[in-house]
Design a protein around this ligand. Structure first.
Ligand SMILES: *Cc1c(COP(=O)(O)O)cnc(C)c1O
Length: 501
């Protein structure tokens, strides 16, 4: 970086950049080291946090970079929920690899635009290698392809759009959803499917009525008989089924749908088989995972989320398709103002042609670095440890007189607090337990001691711990029953008199 020769207040000299960046890196290193001693989430209200920033207008004059970065770091360190904290077990949000954070700094510094090969030669190759390694890791066939996207929602939407293009039987890109047959399109998902399907059905013109919510068994897995019956009924009724989603690791409880049976049904009726493995796909690399997960290999498309169980910093989702051509068929338009075809002829990938985005950041770098730093063996060990910790929590809850364990699948365990002497089962008591555990969850989340989330299982509000966290240890898990019952007893004392007579 040279001395600026024009007015460019966003430029930095090399010396300034070096100083400011070293200082920031020191602050980040201290922050990461101090995580276990910090509250996992802040106890401030939104009003308090907003007040810290104040309501001033955009300043007329600039401020030196060093000052700003120090202040930004302090603000974020003070007023954030830390998913990198060993006791963060909420939602399916992971601790982030430090190498991924550094990778993002490097990616932003080179600032490759991974939309076109000519703008991002090495970055495009690294993305292609990352996609191939993710496919290998989860047992998806060689010759498949895909790209990195912002997350699981987008990865699922890519699969949905590829299916719509490939299966409806007319040129949907030109004619839209109007078709001479007038047949209504249908998509099939279990009741436990993540809400992305509603966004997709709505935004891409089908409407949410096109979603057939197939019932699940008592383990939250799609009932394949019910799926087949619904497809048959819709065909008889003149509908046009085209897309079925099997989930590998549901968002509530980590259940794995019966993927082999779903795959067989899709083959029988010529439907697109998509697997939502945003959270769970990576568990396909563990030899001890339920056998059904292996049928990911039969899917036409798979969504996975490196920012979940590969611990990549946000954002990084990955959309895979069995045949890369199906993505070009769906997304490529070859406009006059891009002259990238010669790249394609030379085997170069122009990612803008494979997905929704045009300009694209270099998301793959942080994923690629993590994969190489840990290796396949390292990742398998970390995932196995997460699963083992979730299993340990299930055992602890199951054996505790004031805790009731519900489910354990992959690295998700659900349980709830039941005060001593209260008999679950009676309707009034069940309603009270829902109120109690709802309030308990809020208190836990603002306690700073532990961050869990919730699920609702057959009308019961339960606490849900998702161990997607390479910093969580057995000691953190063993601390949970004491924290939950201590805060639970306090809430029970406070609210029982008014809620349960
Ligand atoms: C998290 C999740 C999603 C959504 O992924 P984002 O990365 O949050 O967009 C979709 N499906 C399942 C099963 C998930 O766990």
């Amino acid at each position: 970086m040279n001395q600026p020769t024009r007015f460019a207040p966003v430029e930095m000299t090399s010396e300034e950049f070096r100083q400011v960046a070293h200082r920031l890196v020191d602050q980040i290193a201290d922050f990461l080291a101090s995580l276990p001693d910090r509250p996992v989430s802040p106890s401030h209200s939104p009003q308090e946090i907003r007040q810290v920033l104040g309501d001033a207008s955009l300043p007329e004059k600039g401020t030196p970079a060093g000052e700003l970065l120090s202040r930004a770091a302090e603000l974020l360190f003070e007023y954030s929920t830390f998913n990198g904290h060993p006791r963060f077990l909420g939602y399916i949000t992971s601790s982030a690899t430090p190498i991924g954070a550094l990778g993002d700094l490097l990616a932003a510094s080179v600032n490759s635009n991974v939309g076109g090969y000519q703008l991002a030669q090495m970055a495009s190759e690294i993305e292609a290698q990352t996609v191939r390694w993710i496919a290998e890791f989860i047992g998806y066939p060689a010759g498949s392809g895909g790209l990195l996207v912002s997350g699981g929602n987008m990865a699922n939407i890519v699969g949905f759009l590829a299916a719509r293009r490939a299966k409806v039987g007319w040129d949907v890109r030109q004619r839209g959803l109007l078709n001479s047959s007038g047949r209504q399109l249908f998509v099939y998902v279990s009741k436990e499917t993540h809400t992305w399907i509603e966004k997709a059905a709505d935004l891409f013109g089908l409407g949410t009525d096109a979603i057939r919510w197939i019932p699940t068994d008592n383990k939250q897995r799609m009932d394949p008989m019910a799926l087949q019956k619904q497809i048959e009924d819709d065909l008889v009724g003149g509908g046009l089924p085209f897309f079925v989603v099997g989930t590998a690791g549901t968002v509530s409880t980590g259940a794995i749908d019966p993927l082999p049976q779903i795959a067989a049904i899709c083959r029988q009726y010529n439907l697109w088989f998509h697997v939502d493995g945003a959270y769970g796909a990576f568990a396909a690399a563990l030899p001890e995972s339920p056998a059904d997960i292996r049928a990911i290999s039969e899917a036409d498309s798979v969504a996975s989320d490196p920012h979940k169980w590969l611990y990549s910093p946000l954002e990084a989702g990955c959309a895979l398709v069995r045949h890369p051509q199906t993505l070009l068929d769906t997304f490529s338009y070859n406009p006059d103002y891009y002259h990238f075809e010669e790249d394609l002829a030379g085997g170069a990938i122009d990612y803008y042609a494979y997905g929704l985005q045009n300009s694209r950041g270099f998301r793959a770098l942080k994923v690629w670095l993590g994969l190489l730093q840990a290796g396949k063996e390292g990742y398998v060990r970390m995932l196995q440890d997460d699963v083992a910790l979730a299993a340990a929590l299930y055992e602890l809850a199951d054996n505790h007189p004031e805790l009731e364990a519900f489910t354990h699948n992959l690295s998700i365990t659900t349980f709830r607090y039941v005060p001593a002497g209260l008999e679950a089962g009676d309707e009034a008591v069940e309603n009270y337990l829902n109120d109690l555990n709802t309030e308990l969850l809020e208190r836990l989340q603002s306690s700073g001691e532990l961050f869990v989330s919730n699920a609702v299982l057959e009308g019961k509000f339960v606490l849900r711990a998702c161990v997607v966290n390479f910093r969580t240890t057995l000691a953190d898990i063993e601390a949970i029953p004491e924290i939950v019952t201590r805060i639970g007893r306090r809430v029970d004392q406070e609210i029982r008199p008014e809620k349960l007579h």
